[in-house]
Design a binder for this molecule. Structure first.
Ligand code: PLP
Length: 375
């Protein structure tokens, strides 16, 4: 068996003709930069997420950076974010000379622990960046309540959760990334909606803010060669837009395939001691960008990883070193900070292969191998 963490080739083979035709069309038109496909895809994605503005850009990291710039955050302003996340979330904050303020995560949902946000809010706090980690939404209703009470912006890092659906207490639903001021997403190839290179987008409710994001992504100009604000160069290229426009039509199928695979893992792992399967919160669907186990302390994670690797089963650790322990982000006044949940997770999480093409047979092999090691 040749089990993959993600199977981009298998996925491509099924839609090869459509993808190739889309690529060929762009090449024939030579409209490589800002070709019509970019707008077409943005419109279709906007429809998909419920009609709010979509501003395309070069990648998910830029989307976060542009959002922070568009909201007018100034050096020294504090931005709250979970400490258990990909580095990009903290990186753009630091890059803009804002202050990242870390909060620990919920031990079962792995998203920012809402009970610990308010104690981190100071007079300098300007924004919260919840991350919909592994594919399910953070507790957005609580986050929006805190944000509105303290007059803070909310930027949802939706890089891992495109297509997840959040349900409010009153029964209303919203797509991940459409609840806060800006939602940011990534089309990195392995993401749930991935292109064949880099890509990203912002989801913006407010039309003026969307316009500002668009201007910033285009060198701060709305009229060519007239630069009103400092911007950057962050474009979704037309070839990627053409690929994404094809794949967007299949996103719900891809999500269903991931959810089905997660259900199979849940069943197969139900009575296995030593591992905890991921829990879905009541107010969000889970799109399983990752299927992440928490191993009991007695389980030797390194040993398990190499055992599985020998059998041709890849696994990943997201993330092995928490952000507050990364050299670039260690600070004198915060270095003694303690985030017990994140520290425990960094030593005990293990993500199993999950993707749109995985078969039950492959999953059974993954689980029987895991059980073989644990026994
Ligand atoms: C992938 C990812 C990003 C960055 O996206 P890129 O397109 O690689 O820049 C940001 N945040 C999270 C949580 C991610 O998983």
């Amino acid at each position: 068996m040749n089990i993959k963490m993600v199977d981009l080739k298998g996925q491509y083979d099924k839609i090869k003709e459509e993808i190739n035709a889309g690529i060929q069309e762009v090449i024939d038109s030579t409209a490589f930069i800002n070709g019509p496909k970019v707008q077409e895809f943005s419109n279709n994605l906007s429809k998909y997420i419920g009609g709010i503005n979509v501003v395309p850009c070069a990648n998910g990291t830029d989307a976060l950076q542009i959002a922070l710039m568009a909201l007018g955050l100034q050096p020294g302003d504090e931005v709250i974010l979970p400490v258990h996340t990909y580095v990009a979330t903290a990186e753009v904050i630091a890059l803009l000379r804002l202050e990242p303020v870390f909060v620990d995560v919920h031990p079962e949902y792995f998203t920012i622990d809402i009970s610990q946000i308010e104690e981190k809010i100071s007079t300098k706090t300007k924004a919260i960046v919840p991350v919909h980690l592994y594919g399910q939404c953070a507790d957005m209703e609580a986050i929006m309540r805190i944000a509105s009470k303290h007059n803070l912006f909310v930027i949802e890092d939706t890089a891992q959760a495109i297509g997840a659906i959040y349900t409010f207490a009153n029964g209303k639903t919203a797509m991940a990334g459409t609840i806060g001021d800006v939602g940011t997403s990534s089309f990195f190839p392995s993401k749930n909606l991935g292109c064949y290179g880099d890509g990203g987008a912002m989801f913006v409710n407010d039309a003026d803010l969307a316009k500002r994001c668009k201007i910033i992504a285009n060198h701060g100009q709305s009229i060519k060669y007239h630069h009103d604000i400092i911007g950057c160069n962050s474009r979704l290229d037309t070839l990627q837009a053409a690929i994404l426009d094809v794949k967007l039509k299949y996103l719900d199928n891809y999500t269903a395939a991931r959810q089905n695979a997660a259900k199979i893992y849940n069943e197969l792992l139900k009575n296995i001691s030593g591992v905890k399967t991921p829990k879905t919160s009541d107010n969000s669907t889970h799109v399983y960008h990752q299927y992440t186990l928490v191993l009991e302390e007695s389980v030797d994670r390194n040993g398990l990883q190499s055992f599985l690797k020998e059998k041709g089963i890849p696994t990943m650790i997201y993330y092995p070193v928490p952000l507050h322990k990364q050299k670039a982000y260690i600070k004198e006044d915060t270095k003694e900070q303690y985030f017990p949940v994140t520290e425990r997770l960094s030593k005990s999480v293990l993500s199993l292969p999950i993707h749109t093409e995985i078969s039950r047979e492959e999953q059974e092999f993954v689980v029987s191998s895991l059980v073989e090691f644990l026994n």
